[in-house]
Design a protein around this ligand. Structure first.
Ligand SMILES: Cc1cc2nc3c(=O)[nH]c(=O)nc-3n(C[C@H](O)[C@H](O)[C@H](O)COP(=O)(O)OP(=O)(O)OC[C@H]3O[C@@H](n4cnc5c(N)ncnc54)[C@H](O)[C@@H]3O)c2cc1C
Length: 431
């Protein structure tokens, strides 16, 4: 006999029984090679068994650490939490796809990285952004442009979770227009002296090193006078001006505004060719955009899964809400948006892996995924109604975090600008 109090019971997150990943179609299986399918299964099993069950507690722990501790102690504790997460992934072989075995990776490539990213993001651990910032944004440029000594020094400890890195492009005065960068690096003797400010740096406060962009020749166009540097965060002259994560709409373990005052690093901390930083930046952004897209799709997928299951359990007007076309069509749109976005991401990841120039395709991918992810999370919240607006279900948190996708790593408008520029170049060349 059913409990009479059930008549008054609301559906809670504990009623959700379908594991992450059930919504993935055989179409995806068709898209991926056998090896890729095996990897997806391994990553999904690992993420569901080892990560998803700990994610909610880890979010609570991050909040608690942020209100209890300040300064160095706060930083050390948050850093330890992020590193513990990375070590768990490293032990399971989930950190090294972008890097060859010689530097501690497994060399599976960009597509493999994206497949793992989707599964890890779907599990929802708060340190997952730090993982992607440290291992992708802060480190791929070292693999592509670093000297042998730089690769050996920096890549293996990051893949093991013993060190963290962050990427520093944005400044208080410049965001989309990187060509107006004001941070300067000047060669004095055998040392580069760096002065400037970097704002919105995710993981910067926890990092051992920044991969930092600065102007090295102010007399030419910035695209020909920008260079990249590896900057230790504990170097004299590097200070944190503001802990921005406390003011963000979404949840990030760490995001900071950094000041650099006469930071003198050895000459060998230059990464890649002198004045060749713009190309380093463009290459980094292509990879960053596809991996970010796949991670965002993982979180969006979780929203679809929760919304679909909730809609079969929530009863209104004496029927599960899934039986109303106004609800089920939203689920269909979410599924279509997810499926299409994943395919375009997979295509671009393949291009980048093959070394084919993919600036336009990366921009298309970032634009399409950002729009589709936003649609998916918005629909998910609508399907859950009022309870979706609370933190009882993961949808509210994913919704807040997803909004960044349309701004970070190049805004929607900048993606449109890049696509249009390439398109119009072709039109011009045919005249
Ligand atoms: C949470 C968070 C994390 C971040 N993490 C990092 C990080 O780790 N490292 C890092 O370096 N940066 C980071 N950023 C910075 C991020 O990449 C920038 O915010 C982004 O590039 C946009 O720059 P902006 O904020 O200065 O906006 P702006 O460039 O000032 O743009 C403002 C508005 O104007 C529009 N706009 C600008 N130029 C044009 C144009 N030509 N045509 C049409 N519209 C235009 C933009 O699309 C936008 O809508 C982060 C930002 C946030 C919020």
């Amino acid at each position: 006999m059913s409990d009479p109090s059930d008549a008054f019971r609301a559906i809670t997150a504990e009623d959700m029984t379908m594991p992450p990943g059930w919504s993935v179609s055989s179409g995806q299986t068709f898209l991926y090679t056998k090896e890729e399918q095996t990897l997806v299964q391994q990553a999904r099993t690992f993420a569901q068994r080892e990560i998803a069950p700990t994610a909610a507690a880890a979010h609570r722990r991050v909040k608690e650490l942020k209100v209890t501790w300040e300064g160095r102690e706060r930083r050390d504790r948050l850093r330890a939490l992020a590193m513990a997460y990375l070590k768990t992934l490293a032990e399971a072989g989930m950190t090294g796809a972008l890097f060859p075995e010689a530097y501690g990776g497994n060399g599976r490539g960009v597509v493999a990285e994206c497949l793992v990213d989707e599964e890890l993001a779907a599990a929802g651990h708060p340190a997952d952004t730090i993982r992607s910032v440290s291992l992708t944004l802060g480190t791929v440029s070292i693999l592509r442009y670093g000297t042998e000594a730089q690769k050996k020094r920096h890549i293996p400890p990051r893949l093991r979770g013993d060190e963290l890195a962050a990427l520093a492009i944005t400044e208080p005065q410049i965001g989309s227009d990187t060509s107006r960068m004001e941070t300067r690096a000047t060669l004095r003797g055998d040392r580069w002296v760096i002065n400037g400010q970097k704002r919105f740096i995710t993981g910067g406060g926890l990092a051992d090193h920044l991969t930092l962009f600065a102007i090295t020749d102010g007399a030419v166009h910035p695209h020909k006078g920008m260079s990249t540097f590896i900057v230790p965060m504990d170097h004299p002259g590097v200070t944190i001006r503001r802990q921005i994560d406390e003011a963000l709409m979404g949840d990030l373990i760490d995001n900071v505004w950094i000041e650099l005052a006469d930071v003198d690093v050895p000459r060998e901390n230059l990464l890649g060719p002198l004045n060749g930083g713009y190309q380093v930046l463009m290459d980094e952004l292509d990879t960053e955009r596809v991996t970010y897209c796949m991670a965002a799709l993982g979180s969006a997928r979780r929203c679809l899964e929760v919304a679909a299951e909730y809609s079969t359990k929530r009863v209104q007007f004496k029927r599960p809400i899934a039986t109303f076309e106004g609800v089920s069509f939203k689920l269909a749109e979410m599924y279509a948006a997810l499926d299409a976005a994943r395919q375009v991401t997979y295509r671009t990841a393949k291009m980048i892996e093959a070394g084919v120039p993919a600036q336009r395709e990366s921009a298309v991918t970032k634009l399409v995924v950002a729009e589709n992810v936003w649609k998916i999370v918005d629909h998910a919240m609508q399907v859950l109604g009022g309870i979706g607006y609370t933190s009882d279900f993961p949808v509210q948190q994913i919704f807040r975090n997803a909004r960044l996708m349309r701004i970070g790593a190049g805004s929607d408008e900048i993606m449109k600008f890049l696509i249009a520029r390439e398109l119009l170049k072709e039109v011009g060349s045919r005249r």
